[in-house]
Design a protein around this ligand. Structure first.
Ligand code: SF4
Length: 198
């Protein structure tokens, strides 16, 4: 993880950037800085591996559809003060790429909560936007499809690549590339020097 390059490029795009050696350090920082706020999470293996829901729930209201999977929960996430998620791919140049099936994570990360925090493990970082998109499509999405136990071609192939399918269970329906924070939005990117999520 090239911290100097990431700090320079992401800061230049208007993001706030922090670096952590471990997921425990990143979790402690979030617990200290977000106390008392209404939070919402996107679907994220990274946040789950960090145990963040349990940790942040001690002193915050935390909305997460992985705990209560209803449309109402996803709608309420749009009203949180702070939205936390990861990304499916990140470019060293300052791009955050995500792919959604239902679009709730994309919607909340782009509009609604005034502050958005991305937590990024080192395995998500690629050299440019094209490689970050490739990763999101061919690594993260097939792994997500595997997690859901879908019947899509990527799952039948063991989650090793995307077939750009037209399957009714396709989860890759919406793509977002965040190149700068949206207007009137504060976006913080936490880079963690560990493998987190997929
Ligand atoms: S587009 Fe289809 S094959 Fe490709 S990752 Fe998504 S669900 Fe799998």
């Amino acid at each position: 993880m090239n911290r100097e390059l990431l700090e320079k490029n992401f800061t230049n795009r208007g993001f706030k950037v922090s670096f952590f050696d471990s997921k425990e350090d990143a979790a402690a920082y979030l617990c200290g800085s977000l106390e008392g706020k209404k939070l919402a999470f996107g679907g994220s293996g990274t946040l789950k591996e960090m145990g963040l829901y349990e940790k942040l729930s001690e002193k915050n209201e935390v909305i997460w559809h992985w705990v209560n999977n209803t449309k109402e929960t996803k709608m309420e996430a749009l009203t949180a003060e702070v939205y936390l998620l990861s990304a499916n791919g990140v470019s060293e140049k300052g791009d955050l790429v995500n792919i959604d099936g239902a679009g709730n994570r994309l919607a909340a990360s782009l509009f609604g909560p005034g502050k958005v925090i991305y937590v990024i493990g080192k395995n998500k970082i690629e050299k440019d936007l094209e490689s970050a998109m490739y990763r999101a499509r061919n690594v993260a999405s097939p792994q997500n499809a595997m997690r859901f136990g879908l019947d899509t071609p990527c799952v039948k192939a063991g989650g090793t690549k995307c077939f750009d399918c037209n399957h009714p269970q396709r989860i890759c329906n919406g793509f977002s590339i965040v190149a700068r924070p949206m207007l009137k939005q504060e976006v913080e990117v936490l880079f963690v020097d560990e493998v987190l999520g997929y």
